[in-house]
Design a protein around this ligand. Structure first.
Ligand SMILES: Cc1cc2nc3c(=O)[nH]c(=O)nc-3n(C[C@H](O)[C@H](O)[C@H](O)COP(=O)(O)OP(=O)(O)OC[C@H]3O[C@@H](n4cnc5c(N)ncnc54)[C@H](O)[C@@H]3O)c2cc1C
Length: 512
């Protein structure tokens, strides 16, 4: 049952076997596993409950309705836009649906550096198999490609660069192009239309507009959570709730989980590492109208540079990112382009001629999440080798578009950099990627309450249970030890499902 918290003015008290904070990739996946095996589940979601008919395909309405801080969250220096959703279904309501399994080299690194011995393909693949089946994940077929995707593929083929059609989470997609602002046709298989209805059918209660503020801990054990129902329009509290449960699972995303933990427990590792996979963007003017409006934003991705390359003496020589074909809506494109006045208008007039690529940088240097006077804030600097990766991305993305026939490529920095040939590409430098010199975003938010074996360096042990509070689990992007090096949602879901399976096995329920 979905219970709209925005209509609750009094006090709600409930008991459940497990209470799950957050309804996104991690929370939805874990909760459905348990609910369908006989667990009594309550989910709490600070965002609203929206259905297909609520998604108007207007970006300004969607950003105001369910983007974090209504589309205005950024690092403290305003250099990086933080993009995430607050809604039943979590950020999967926004997401594009690119669904990559965790690269084996990344699992190996997590085993080696964080003692997570179970993070092997053998353990995770059975979970990925089920999730892929349930979400209809399949390699994007040709009808989902728009011209931007085709041009990126063409550029890669011309240069002999490794790229692939993307595994995507959607069924019978009509390729309308508005996926980021909520799927109005129930074709993108977000948690909103996959796990949430199944949890509901299994007797789970899902409260929207329900902000968890306090984790109740008694005798070293989590016994429930407390919080307030929010008025959706004003975000002001309307009523209170308390849910008592033997198991508490945090799945509020890397920001939400960190904020809740920082306000409740003294935990040295929480918020210390904040990964975002910095996204830089290039725009390519093809001198003619191309279709980068319909289709799916990313049917084709470039994997050539996923791994860092080094010189014989160990210096950075390129790579450390993947590229996604990128469709940005008019309002967001306008915010990205740095010019003002007539120059800005001239660039926007060419909107329909623009192709775009974005980076997913596999960063070495994470930022941090902290509370300042009770307010959650973030710091993040793209620095050191990560800045070099950003420059390498801008150069290689420009090469791909020029090889595909672009007339010019725009680096959206405040210098108005435009490149038309290799000599100009080589001029792109670190100056372009200094803070606030060009638009940079993060939408893969990870690592703020990580799993690991060292209680001073991680929040939870390998099973997902907190080192210092029994019965308290983390099962979302916060739980990952670091960047995945590809889009993270399938990894988050796989890890959450693995944690759910362990929990179910240990607690010995006798359900399905
Ligand atoms: C525009 C966009 C496109 C993306 N595209 C892709 C893609 O194609 N592929 C991919 O792999 N990834 C993509 N991502 C990222 C992906 O969606 C996220 O990494 C993933 O959803 C994170 O899962 P999560 O469980 O950690 O958190 P979320 O899915 O963000 O869910 C957390 C939920 O918890 C709620 N919450 C937080 N704190 C509280 C609290 N105190 N009380 C109650 N509720 C709370 C939040 O409101 C939120 O709804 C995209 C992201 C964006 C913004």
């Amino acid at each position: 049952m979905i219970i709209q918290g925005t209509a609750q003015a009094g006090e709600v008290r409930e008991r459940a076997d497990v209470v799950v904070v957050g309804t996104g990739a991690g929370g939805g996946t874990l909760a459905v596993y348990l609910a369908e095996r006989g667990w009594d589940v309550v989910m709490l979601e600070r965002g609203g409950f929206f259905r297909a008919e609520d998604f108007s395909q207007r970006e300004e309405e969607a950003m105001g309705a369910f983007n974090g801080r209504r589309g205005l969250d950024s690092t403290v220096d305003n250099a990086i836009f933080l993009n995430y959703a607050q809604a039943v279904g979590g950020t999967t309501v926004h997401y594009w649906g690119d669904s990559f399994r965790t690269p084996h080299d990344r699992l190996e690194r997590w085993r080696r550096e964080h003692g997570l011995e179970w993070m092997t393909p053998a353990e995770l693949d059975p979970h990925f198999d089920v999730i892929e089946e349930e979400l209809g994940i399949h390699v994007a077929e040709e009808k989902l490609f728009n011209e931007n995707n085709r041009l990126v593929r063409q550029g890669c083929e011309a240069l002999g660069v490794d790229g692939h059609a993307v595994p995507t989470a959607r069924v019978d997609c009509i390729a309308c192009g508005w996926t980021q602002f909520g799927c109005a046709y129930n074709r993108k298989t977000s948690q909103l239309i996959t796990t949430i209805p199944r949890i509901s059918k299994s007797g789970g209660r899902i409260y929207s507009d329900a902000l968890v503020e306090r984790i109740v801990v008694e005798g070293g054990r989590a016994t429930g959570v407390e919080g307030v129902f929010l008025d959706r329009a004003t975000s002001q509290p309307r009523g209170r709730f308390r849910i008592d449960a033997g198991t508490v699972v945090l799945a509020g995303g890397a920001l939400g989980t960190a904020e809740l933990l920082l306000g409740n427990l003294k935990e040295p590792a929480v918020g210390k590492r904040f990964y975002i996979n910095p996204h830089y963007f290039v725009f390519a003017d093809f001198g003619r109208e191309i279709d980068n409006v319909t289709g799916i934003p990313c049917a084709y991705a470039v994997h050539e540079w996923r791994q860092v390359r080094t010189t014989a003496d160990g210096k950075y020589a390129g790579g450390g990112y993947i590229m996604l074909s990128s469709h940005q809506s008019p309002g967001i494109t306008a915010a990205m382009l740095p010019e003002t006045g007539a120059a800005h208008a001239e660039r926007m007039r060419r909107y329909r001629r623009l192709g775009s690529l974005m980076s997913v940088i596999d960063e070495e240097h994470p930022g941090r999440v902290f509370l300042d006077g009770g307010v959650r804030k973030t710091e993040y600097r793209v620095r050191g080798v990560d800045a070099e990766k950003a420059v390498d991305f801008l150069q290689n993305a420009s090469r791909i578009f020029l090889a595909a026939g672009a007339k010019e490529v725009w680096i959206p920095d405040t210098y108005g950099t435009v490149v038309r040939n290799e000599a100009e590409i080589r001029q792109i430098s670190l100056a372009s990627v200094q803070p606030n010199v060009q638009f940079c975003a993060g939408s893969h938010l990870l690592g703020t309450a990580p799993l690991g074996t060292d209680p001073d360096d991680s929040f939870a042990g390998p099973t997902g249970e907190a080192h210092r509070v029994r019965g308290l689990y983390v099962a979302d992007g916060a739980a990952l030890p670091g960047s995945v090096s590809v889009d993270p949602s399938l990894t988050i879901m796989g890890v959450a499902r693995w944690i759910a399976a362990g929990l179910h096995e240990r607690e010995g329920r006798t359900g399905v």
